[in-house]
Ligand binder design. Structure first.
Ligand SMILES: Nc1nc2c(ncn2[C@@H]2O[C@H](COP(=O)(O)OP(=O)(O)OP(=O)(O)O)[C@@H](O)[C@H]2O)c(=O)[nH]1
Ligand SMILES: [Mg+2]
Length: 371
């Protein structure tokens, strides 16, 4: 694994997040630094480096759609991530929001990465409309918080990722996983493979660190006028439409074999600028990979926008936070929680007159609270 590749870590969280990460690792073809993390022990069967989250609390059975339980479970397990993230300069987190673990654990892991000074970029699908209100609520409740904790995030609505009308649910789900995996594999190649206009992991880290919320899409084209085709497909991509704010900056990656022509780069940069914002910052990178892309051309486009937030989203976030606070309080009274100091484990305690002031007074004095 080259240095650029080993300083980036892919983390798949939750059952679908683990599947996507595992597919990326498989389709990348070479070694890629990754970990799979789930509250469900079954994800360990996918093979690859696996971390079971919150085994004491959830017994390896998954969070059953409970975001709060998954957040607390992840909090218990954060210490086990520390050795896994050693030397990491940029973490790419992939998950599917809607269940408990993907929604809850992702938030805690991203906050932990941020506490450790590691920038993170989250790629998360949001549930199909047909999945119902509970799953939508689970997703909406954490999106703002993930957005705040992560350096960059891309939410990909499954309804837009695949046309679900004329196919079975299973097909739509499987297709979604393969589209996500393809996009992420391209992203990985972009940051780790050499090209004429090179973007390595360090540059990617720098770009991601100040990015915020964005939209992401990728296309793979071939044949005549392939550059024009790529622009056309991206212009029509549902994933890139419906901006919640103007595009502030674009990152465009062109991945191709030895036959990539200068004129094609011109068509792509011009076409994308015209389509998505002539005044937005534009960064272009190329990857030259004859073995993978011979005769083909892939374009990855990341659009970064301003952070627009609806009242409903704010409300959902406040509710989930409140539920976590309540459960933490119960945990403190019942003494069922871990004895560690979570993300403050490595911080100096504030000792005064022999008492650790970082521990709340009611716990230090053994006072049980009525509620
Ligand atoms: N593409 C795809 N998406 C899926 C599949 N199963 C679930 N999803 C999506 O992923 C979301 C989260 O589901 P899971 O990954 O099963 O949930 P989880 O994060 O493991 O959470 P818990 O099981 O509650 O701990 C769902 O709401 C769906 O939108 C699948 O087979 N394929
Ligand atoms: Mg699960």
């Amino acid at each position: 694994m080259n240095e650029s590749a080993s300083s980036m870590l892919l983390i798949g969280i939750g059952t679908s997040g683990c599947s996507i990460a595992r597919s990326v690792a498989d389709s990348f073809g070479e070694s890629l630094r990754y970990i799979l993390a789930d509250t469900d022990a079954k994800s360990g069967d996918l093979g690859g480096p696996f971390t079971l989250i919150g085994s004491n609390r959830l017994s390896g059975r998954g969070a059953g759609g409970d975001v709060v339980a998954a957040r607390l479970a992840a909090e218990d397990s954060l210490g086990s991530f520390d050795t896994l993230i050693e030397g990491v300069r940029l973490a790419i987190v992939v998950t599917a929001l809607g269940g408990g673990t993907g929604s809850g654990a992702t938030l805690e892991v991203v906050k932990h990465l941020s506490d450790r000074g590691i920038p993170s970029c989250v790629f998360a699908t949001t549930p199909f409309a047909f999945e119902g209100a509970d799953r939508q609520r689970n997703a909406r409740g954490v999106m703002n918080m993930i957005e705040e904790a992560a350096n960059a995030c891309f939410f990909l609505p499954l309804d837009k990722l695949v046309e679900s009308d004329d196919q079975t649910m299973g097909d739509a789900m499987n297709k979604a996983i393969s589209i996500m995996a393809r996009g992420m594999t391209l992203f990985w190649r972009l940051a780790t493979k050499p090209g004429y206009i090179r973007l390595d992991a360090e540059r990617m880290r720098h770009l991601i660190a100040g990015s915020g919320k964005g939209r992401f899409a990728s296309v793979l084209v071939q044949g005549e006028n392939r550059a024009e085709k790529a622009v056309e497909e991206l212009r029509n991509s549902k994933l890139l439409l419906d901006s919640s704010g103007p595009v502030r900056a674009m990152l465009c990656g062109v991945l191709a074999g030895d036959d990539l022509r200068l004129s094609e780069i011109g068509v792509i940069s011009e076409g994308l600028r015209l389509s998505f914002g002539e005044r937005a910052g534009f960064e272009l990178a190329t990857v030259n990979d004859e073995e993978t892309f011979s005769g083909r051309l892939a374009v990855v486009l990341m659009l970064f926008e301003s952070n627009g937030r609806t009242d409903a989203e704010e409300e959902e976030a406040a509710k989930t936070n409140e539920a976590v606070r309540r459960r933490r309080k119960q945990k403190a009274v019942l003494g069922t929680g871990p004895t560690g100091r979570g993300r403050f484990n490595n911080a100096e305690p504030t000792i005064w007159n022999g008492e650790d002031l970082d521990v709340p007074t009611f716990i230090r004095r053994n006072i049980s609270l009525d509620y």
